[in-house]
Design a protein around this ligand. Structure first.
Ligand SMILES: Cc1cc2nc3c(=O)[nH]c(=O)nc-3n(C[C@H](O)[C@H](O)[C@H](O)COP(=O)(O)O)c2cc1C
Length: 436
């Protein structure tokens, strides 16, 4: 297998706070700082390999107030050289994991990050990604979102500065010999540009009941340690049964208010988990659904198979059993025949409300994938805190998923899978300390 282009900027061996499809890490991070101790005011690029900031530009205008923003962008080629057209989806799912990782980490500091409502071109300009002469001849970098880390008053999300001076640094060429071109990726990226979704309601500080509000997990592991020791399981043991209390806590984390993520991402939930339950204490194996909104219950019920039971399966959570069955073989088949989908405690299909939100705003296509990535991240961190583990499954057969669910048209679309189980460690692999 050829080595990944852009390997020079992938994280060094060891931990990374978020998983990445194919371990290709297409997401770049930018920092805009005003009045931050130890940093000159300006725009910086996060250099993951060295775990440090690279100076990029200074601000033309002085600020009278402090400000700190993180900007994110995707380099599609990091995924495309390996995954072709699927790269765009994977970049967006990764982006969701990154946003969720940011929300959890911020909560540990008592910060409440907010998405800045900027259109794509403005965000690109703020991050210096529209400097055509510098990007000539290198792989393009697509602005995704800017997040304000310092929000002085409720409701007022500060906008980052846009005009920079004294530029330094140049983007590197990742792949001098690309074997293929996937022009549809650039077309689809352009067609899905737009502002991040507006909050449906102001976030409620401290509303979450998730990991970050419990800095010490049951087994005494600090939340920071959980965040940093997170890895994706490569295999599950196929026998362990997930305790019911743990299952319920994982499910609660993906519901509004269940994790710091939903304090940052307050838009109406549009992605709903459907679970293949294999080995969960007191829960019969089968297919279950956890609609994340009231509307989700009614509309999904109408769109899915008429013969589904919709039997309430929990006294508190909106969990419904659709059908009792041993679902291991189905879960494995629809997850590109990957054993991790059958050998864990449960595997999730994330079903997105699709056609309507995208017709209203094409950028919703990206945001739905972010939401799915965030959901996976909540499951993964909560599982990790309890001594279990998760793995994202970007390779799945959506038509087969839709057959199982009876989905006939594009109103709904499965956009991601996730598996949770008791990991089997590969003893041949050594994990190094993060950023040694
Ligand atoms: C969007 C996404 C899709 C993924 N798809 C798969 C998959 O289909 N099969 C798999 O075994 N791992 C999958 N992974 C896990 C990655 O391979 C894993 O995150 C990566 O190798 C880095 O390892 P780490 O998470 O332990 O840091 C996926 C991860 C993400 C974020």
């Amino acid at each position: 297998m050829p080595s990944p282009p852009g390997n020079n900027t992938a994280p060094a061996a060891g931990h990374c706070a978020h998983p990445s499809s194919g371990n290709l890490h297409p997401t770049e991070t930018w920092v805009i700082a005003y009045w931050v101790d130890g940093l000159a005011d300006g725009l910086y690029h996060y250099q993951s390999r060295e775990h440090r900031l690279e100076w990029r530009a200074s601000s033309l205008t002085a600020s009278e107030t402090p400000g700190l923003w993180l900007g994110f962008s995707s380099i599609h080629w990091r995924e495309a050289w390996k995954y072709g057209e699927r790269a765009l989806r994977y970049c967006q799912l990764d982006m969701g994991h990154v946003l969720a990782a940011l929300a959890y980490a911020s909560a540990l500091f008592g910060w409440q990050p907010r998405l800045v409502n900027l259109d794509h071109d403005t965000a690109s300009h703020c991050l210096g990604l529209d400097r055509a002469e510098e990007f000539a001849g290198v792989e393009p970098e697509e602005a995704e979102v800017i997040v304000a880390m310092h929000v002085p008053e409720p409701g007022a999300v500060p906008v980052p500065p846009r005009e920079w001076d004294e530029w330094s640094g140049l983007p590197s060429k990742l792949d001098p010999n690309p074997l293929y071109a996937w022009p549809v990726i650039a077309e689809a990226a352009e067609a899905t540009r737009g502002e991040p979704p507006l909050a449906s309601s102001p976030p409620v500080r401290g509303s979450s009941t998730g990991l970050a509000s419990r800095p010490r997990g049951n087994d005494g592991i600090a939340a920071t340690a959980v965040i940093l020791k997170r890895r994706s399981a490569q295999a599950f043991d196929g026998v362990s049964t997930l305790p019911l209390a743990c299952f319920r806590r994982l499910l609660a984390s993906v519901l509004p208010g269940g994790s710091p993520v939903w304090d940052m991402w307050t838009a109406t939930p549009r992605v709903h988990p459907v679970l293949f339950v294999h080995r969960v204490e007191g829960v019969a194996p089968g297919l279950y659904i956890l609609p994340r909104s009231e509307a989700g219950v009614a509309d999904l019920g109408a769109a899915m198979r008429g013969e589904f039971e919709w039997a309430p399966a929990d006294s508190d959570l909106p969990l419904y059993r659709l059908i009792a069955a041993n679902a291991q073989r189905s879960a494995r088949t629809v997850s590109c025949h990957q054993d991790i989908a059958a050998h864990g405690a449960f595997t999730v299909m994330f079903v997105a409300e699709f056609a309507a939100p995208i017709a209203e705003n094409p950028a919703a296509w990206r945001h739905l994938h972010w939401e799915a990535g965030m959901l996976g991240h909540c499951l993964t961190l909560e599982a990790e805190a309890a001594g279990w583990r998760g793995t994202g499954i970007g390779c799945f057969f959506d038509d087969a998923d839709h057959d199982i669910l009876g989905l006939q048209d594009e109103r709904y679309q499965v956009i991601y899978h996730y598996a949770i189980g008791m990991p089997l460690d590969d003893t041949r692999i050594t994990t190094l300390p993060a950023y040694d």
